[in-house]
Design a protein around this ligand. Sequence first.
Ligand code: UAG
Ligand code: ATP
Ligand code: API
Ligand code: MG
Length: 494
Amino acid sequence: MKLNELSSVLAAAVIDGAGDVEITGIQVDSREVKPGDLFICLPGHTVDGHDFAAQAAERGAVALVVERKLDIHLPQIIVKDSRFAMAGLANAFFNQPSSRMKIIGVTGTNGKTTTTYLIEKIMNDHGLKTGLIGTIQMRYAGKSFPMPRTTPEALELQRNLNEMAEAGMQCCVMEVSSHALEQGRVKGTDFRTAIFTNLTQDHLDYHHTMEEYRAAKGLFFSRLGNAFPKDEQSRKYAVLNADDEASAYFAKQTAAEVIYYGLGEQADVRASNIAITAQGTSFHVDTFRGSTDISIKMVGKFNVYNAMAAIAAALLEGVPLEDIKSSLESVPGVDGRVEVVDEGQPYAVIVDYAHTPDGLENVLRTVNEFAEGRVLTVFGCGGDRDRTKRPIMGKIAAKYSDIVLVTSDNPRTEDPGAILKDIEAGLVEDGVSEDRYKLIVDRREAIQKAIEMASPGDVVLIAGKGHETYQLIAGEVLDFDDRIVAKDAIRGRQ
Ligand SMILES: CC(=O)N[C@H]1[C@@H](OP(=O)(O)OP(=O)(O)OC[C@H]2O[C@@H](n3ccc(=O)[nH]c3=O)[C@H](O)[C@@H]2O)O[C@H](CO)[C@@H](O)[C@@H]1O[C@H](C)C(=O)N[C@@H](C)C(=O)N[C@H](CCC(=O)O)C(=O)O
Ligand SMILES: Nc1ncnc2c1ncn2[C@@H]1O[C@H](COP(=O)(O)OP(=O)(O)OP(=O)(O)O)[C@@H](O)[C@H]1O
Ligand SMILES: N[C@H](CCC[C@H](N)C(=O)O)C(=O)O
Ligand SMILES: [Mg+2]
């Protein structure tokens, strides 16, 4: 594609230099540039992509996208906002992939991955070929790819969506993180349905306040299009959690039709008679397309919310409620979400991805509903992430557990011991006695200790890392999988 043809997607962009150069690829990281690429200079939080333009040129870039003209002999598209330009150029280059598929997005502090997995299952079972993008992976047509982030950068996202569309996918269900909304990673993606799970504290390192965090999520709904276009397939829906107070704010912001799910009478999809056992959760659901009873294999009231969101989205695509029921009932669970590690031991061991105060509270409440003996919780908090959640999670862990083993969860560039101390501050503030908790920096040792301490009937909850297969320490990526470490510890004890 020629540079001037590509840049015509941006009405006010000015090309400085020859516009007829052929563009064979687009890149935002100078280290990845190949001959023939257009290099987009993004001003980042850490470094400025403009400083890598010369390197990109050396590697064979044939043109640049810049926010200020650079002294480099390459044609340059001068734009006001290169992240916005990236979204537009990627859309044009990859032939508007979101117009060739139905895109269902899920935002919210917790439950995004789980909800996307449920929707993916329902849609595929119904014969609507559906791809998935999120925290654990991107997958479609039987192929799976690891993802560095929950929501890819606009360039990567359009490339991924194009691959899916070319592989014949009719839908894509994806997680939309607040970072992605704030950074415009999903600009140019035409969503059919935007789902909201819940809003509770996380990422205050990035968004500063809950108001800013909510405003970032709000961008998802305010950018959704028209509820009443001529063509039914172009209608837009906002699927909101009626029991979360942020939903009223999102409902006001959107021009899409709002569908509510929740436990109250007013909700369009509402659950009742929720019963939780160690094996799963059953509930009755009333919807705008009928009523039924559903038994899912995932435990926890929060999973009823995830299921309701998935039901609403699937009903909007015309999937009959009875088909939705049978798909939901056949989902074994999601990797690392309340995943049971069973080696035949007389106590339960559960690995879960709860890494926020609300996630931890939800999973611990659930565990308490079926624990016969004590609850022993192993958890930590990520480094280079929201520090204010650390003491809060300490308090929650102690409130719902008999024993708490505070340990490391991706300390990244921070001092692991200092993170544990931040968590301990919450325990001390709540007067938790020292015989009820331990600080053990080494996560393997903490897991082994919890398993050694467990008696028949107890539950050991290992929270925070779920499906992760690594531990990030001081810039290093070390192999680490809670499930494998727990298995080894159980076997070692036996
Ligand atoms: C805070 C945040 O989101 N930062 C993202 C942002 O980084 P940044 O602004 O610091 O970028 P930068 O490192 O300054 O680089 C600026 C530009 O220079 C370029 N560069 C840089 C170095 C070089 O040698 N050559 C070069 O060209 C970079 O490619 C980039 O285009 O843009 C980068 C490029 O796209 C992202 O990789 C980076 O994600 C970082 C790694 C990250 O950890 N993000 C997390 C917090 C995140 O996004 N999480 C969310 C939500 C998690 C959840 O589910 O709760 C997610 O969606 O994953
Ligand atoms: N609807 C929910 N409400 C509250 N907590 C939930 C909900 N669903 C899941 N959780 C808890 O949060 C954890 C993470 O769930 P999930 O991975 O589905 O969320 P996520 O939003 O994708 O997280 P991330 O922001 O890391 O991508 C689960 O392991 C569980 O403990
Ligand atoms: N998407 C979240 C995941 C956190 C998972 C936890 N294990 C951690 O590393 O803090 C983040 O990047 O903040
Ligand atoms: Mg996720």
